[in-house]
Design a protein around this ligand. Structure first.
Ligand code: F6R
Length: 241
């Protein structure tokens, strides 16, 4: 795992955006795996700036989002559908039909997850996966557990994740406790992965990721078996060794 330390969130966002833009420039038909949450907001805004300056063309890219709450409708401002529209899709020249986000309103979750896996495969697999990291070390919504799911699945969120994500909701009781998420195997199949971490609240997770051995209790640690992962963190999230 490569480690890239940035002096602050602005630099982290710019570096991450440069990596994504580089990928899209090298292969305009790239398949990108996208994350939501507060971490990638700055990166998306840098990508929008690059698009506005005519430096990147997103017209041929295809995207798959890591996860979506369940149940939730796409027009709910707390949904990840809404987040992607607000932060990226409505601001660049991506084709709507080339964006894929798990349907938080589906009735048959197993079928929806299976369809998602098949669609990723039919598109040739993910070229570049962008990840954030939970304070408890989760990636996507693969929470610490004795066993981790390999494929896209319906999962329960831990209390700590519900609490961490309550900052986006009016009340903690409004945070969905279930989500659809890519599995660990889905993520590991990506050819290249970048994982972003900023702020003091991620320091412990980053420290465990860098120093502890691989365990299902820290889902992000599984990334150590992948040959092309770059952890990009800012000074605040980077532990002092
Ligand atoms: C979001 C996702 C999550 C977040 C993680 C960190 O699509 O998959 O794993 O990356 O919970 O969230 P933030 O960035 O809000 O701290």
């Amino acid at each position: 795992m490569r480690l890239l330390i940035c002096k602050n969130y602005t630099e982290l966002s710019l570096k991450a955006a440069q990596i994504v833009a580089g990928q899209v420039t090298m292969n305009p038909q790239s398949v990108l795996g996208l994350a939501t949450g507060s971490t990638p907001v700055g990166m998306y805004s840098e990508l929008v700036k690059m698009y506005e300056q005519g430096r990147v063309d997103f017209s041929e890219i295809r995207t798959f989002n890591l996860d979506e709450y369940y149940p939730i409708s796409a027009d709910n401002p707390q949904s990840y559908h809404y987040f992607m529209e607000e932060n990226l899709f409505s601001k660049i020249n991506i084709k709507k039909e080339n964006t894929h986000i798990l349907d938080g309103k589906c009735t048959d979750t197993a079928k929806e997850c299976d369809k998602f896996e098949k669609l990723i495969a039919a598109n040739g697999g993910i070229d570049l996966q962008i990840l954030g990291i939970g304070q408890n070390g989760h990636i996507g919504f693969n929470e610490p557990a004795e066993n981790l799911n390999l494929l896209t699945h319906l999962t329960s969120l831990t209390q700590s994740t519900v609490k961490a994500n309550s900052r986006f909701f009016s009340d903690v009781s409004k945070v969905p406790t279930l989500a659809l998420t890519m599995g660990i195997g889905t993520i590991l199949k990506a050819r290249k992965i970048i994982i972003l971490a900023n702020g003091e609240s991620k320091k412990e997770a980053v420290k465990s990721l860098l120093t502890d051995s691989i365990s299902t209790g820290l889902p992000a640690s599984i990334l150590k078996v992948h040959s092309d992962v770059t952890l990009i963190c800012d000074n605040e999230a980077c532990p002092n060794f």
